[in-house]
Every structure is written in C-alpha cells, then in structure tokens.
Design a binder for this molecule. Structure first.
Ligand code: LMR
Length: 393
C-alpha cells in the first residue's frame, strides 16, 4: 500500500528552514519562515507566558479532557480580545489546532453549509491556504490584491474581483498584516469591502494570524470588528502563535457569527462535530496559557507591553531598511517597506534575484521575494540593503 504513495511537493516555506540550517556560511541571514526573532536572533518565550505556565504548573490538578470546543473560559477570553464587544447571541466558537487548524475547520464548515461553495482568495496569499483547498478539493479562485508596481494593494482590481463572489461563497481575507505582501487596506477600503459583501451575501473568512504585529492590538482587529458588526455572517480564524509567541503549542480559535441564536447553535454543534471528526479535543496547554494571561490584569498588561516591544522593533527595522535603501539606491522606490505592516514585505524581486541573494549573500527569503522583517537586526539591515541593490532589485 505505502509503495503506491506519490511524493508530495515539500512546503516551500518549511523547506527553507532546512536549507538554511544546512548552509555553513558565516553571517547567513534567515528571512524565511514567519517566526519572530529578537535582536539576538532568539525566538523568546514571552515573560507573561512563562509566568502563566508557572501558575498552571502550580495549580493544575488534572489533565482530563476538556470539551470538544475547548474551555468556555479560553473561548470567551479570545472572543473579547478579537471582537471586544462580543455578541454572545450570535457567536459560536471552538478552540483549534493553531490558526491553520482554524482555517481548515472554517473551510470544512463552509462546505458543510454549502456543498457548492467557491472560495475567493487573494493573489497572492499564504501558500498553505491554496494547498489546503487543493487537498480538500475545494473550488477556489484568486482575486487581484498586490500591485507589483506600487507594492501596494490593487484595490480596484480587488473590488471588481470580490464582487464576483456569490451568496454563500467564502471570501478569505487577511484581517491585518497581509501574508505574504505586507500591503494592507485602509479602514475606508475595508468599509467598501463590507458594502460589497453586504450586497452579494458572500461570507468573509478572516484569517487573523498577526493581531498586534501591525498597528497595535486594537487597531489590527478594527477591520474584523467592523465586518463582524455589519455583516450577518462572518467566520474568523485567529491564531495565538505569533502574538503570544507559542508557535509549537498550536493554539487558535475558529469563530462563526450568525444572524441569531438558532444559527449560532447550529454552527456550534457543527464546529464541535468537526473537531471530533478531525482530532477530538483541541490541545489545551497553549489555550490555558492564553486564557490565564488574558484574564489576569497584571499578566495581560505585561504581555501587551512585550507585544508592543516586538511590534516597535519590527517597525524600527522597517524604517531603517527603507532608509538604507533610499541612501544606497538614490531613490524612494523602497519606501513601501516602511509603509507595509506586519512581519512580511514582498520586495517584488524576480525568482532569479531571490536565488542570487541566497547564492551570493547567504540571504534566505521565500521565492516570491517575501522577507520576514523580524529575521533582521540593526546590524544585518545594512547587509541586506547592500545585497538588494547589488542584485539589481
Ligand atoms: C509563515 O507564513 O511563514 C508562517 O505562517 C509559518 C507557516 O506555517 O508557514
């Protein structure tokens, strides 16, 4: 049986991790996978996470199962973090296996509700969105998003394309910090997106993997909150991997907002059912850490402060890189790096140029020229800027 398996294409982002590890050159720079690194190149365990883990270790008396949906306390804390004003009469939610698990369950939920669903997804998007949909055999189409000339959003193209999504289709949106481009919508543009979806009856599935990494914890959730309050139905897949730095704990949540309590209860039952079919109970440790932090004023304040440090470090690196590139290139064509938000920016370089950066300068980024800003520090920024200009980008 096993001999009948076909080799699977390796994930391009995860493959880079291995390639980077195997590179023996001094001074190599990893701008690949989306993991935050501090200026010393370490992905730290956040202070509040350590304190919460200590508290859990001291106080936890059982590892018995929780519930198929995860604990109500975790789900309530996450709903408050994401939505602020939680419409309890409309909200169904389940803890998930990371943000990726929430995306997968959201897509499965959409297909359960509408077997003819088509998913509309940005061009480009996180490659795993496409990979999951292909694996599920889910029909999808890509809407225009990134303008390679301006390195901003092609908003007219986006509007025209998402308007084609029909009632009951899914429009997958990045709630903030677009991955892989770093180019984001303004609030006015989000309002226009809401109007289009209101008219068509297409349902947004909002991927919120970087809340707190762009303009701030509240600011990054503003578009999601607006869509949730305006539209009758909204799906949200939120991740705690990045903003709590608990990548390997696989902590996320899928939320579904319906029109009334009946729709909410149907969604809640279906989402718990999907958890049961796929893995039974969601992992608890990360969820408990998050719940402990969010429900304790002191821990929450410390976590929010450290998250702000992380965000400001990335913003500083963006400003520094854009400045170095302005000086070296004698032009403002890289200013978009300072305007982008989140962990990533798409440089707009060709695959050959990305290869040249790797071969000549030991600088690793994803082949579509997505670079992880958090992989830099103030000493490597000038090295990258020089290499970009030398590669003729
Ligand atoms: C990324 O885009 O680099 C991250 O979301 C990590 C991953 O799983 O791909």
């Amino acid at each position: 049986m096993l001999a009948n398996l076909k080799p699977q294409d390796p994930d391009k982002i995860l493959m880079l991790i291995e390639e980077f590890k195997a590179d023996t050159r001094q001074g190599k720079i990893d701008l690949g996978v989306g993991v935050y690194k501090d200026p010393q190149g370490v992905t730290p365990v956040m202070r509040a996470v350590k304190a919460a883990e200590q508290r859990i270790w001291d106080e936890q008396t059982t590892k018995a199962y929780t519930g198929l949906a995860g604990t109500p306390e975790y789900r309530a804390a996450m709903a408050e973090m994401v939505l602020k004003d939680v419409p309890a009469d409309r909200l169904a939610s389940v803890a998930s296996v990371g943000g990726t698990g929430a995306i997968r369950q959201g897509l499965e939920l959409a297909r359960l509700a509408n077997p003819d669903v088509t998913v509309h997804v940005s061009d480009p998007t996180w490659p795993n969105h496409l990979s999951i949909m292909k694996f599920m055999g889910l029909p999808f189409t890509q809407y225009r998003y990134f303008d390679n000339e301006t390195r901003g959003v092609d908003f007219d193209g986006m509007k025209a394309d998402i308007a084609k999504a029909g009632k009951g289709d899914i429009v997958l949106l990045h709630g903030c910090c677009h991955n892989p481009t770093g180019a984001n919508l303004s609030m006015d543009q989000w309002t226009e997106v809401a109007e289009i979806l209101e008219k068509s009856g297409a349902v947004p599935l909002i991927d919120l993997a970087y809340q707190g990494f762009g303009d701030g914890l509240q600011e990054d959730a503003a578009a999601t909150r607006m869509l949730a309050s305006r539209l009758p139905e909204v799906l949200i897949a939120a991740s705690c991997s990045k903003n709590f730095g608990i990548y390997r704990e696989r902590t996320g949540i899928l939320m579904a907002l319906g029109t009334d309590t009946a729709a909410r209860d149907l969604a809640q039952g279906s989402m718990a059912f999907l958890n049961r079919q796929n893995f039974s109970f969601p992992p608890d440790h990360g969820a408990r850490v998050v719940e402990t932090i969010l429900t304790d004023a002191e821990l929450r304040a410390d976590w929010a402060a450290e998250l702000e440090e992380v965000r400001n470090t990335m913003l500083g690196l963006r400003t520094q890189l854009a400045g170095e590139l302005r000086d070296l290139s004698g032009s403002d064509r890289f200013d978009f790096i300072a305007n982008h938000r989140g962990m990533f920016s798409r440089l707009g370089a060709t695959p050959e140029q990305v290869e040249a950066l790797k071969a000549d300068a030991a600088i690793y980024m994803v082949g579509d020229s997505r670079l992880n800003i958090a992989g830099l520090n103030k000493d490597t920024v000038p090295v990258l800027a020089r290499a970009i200009v030398d590669a003729g980008i």
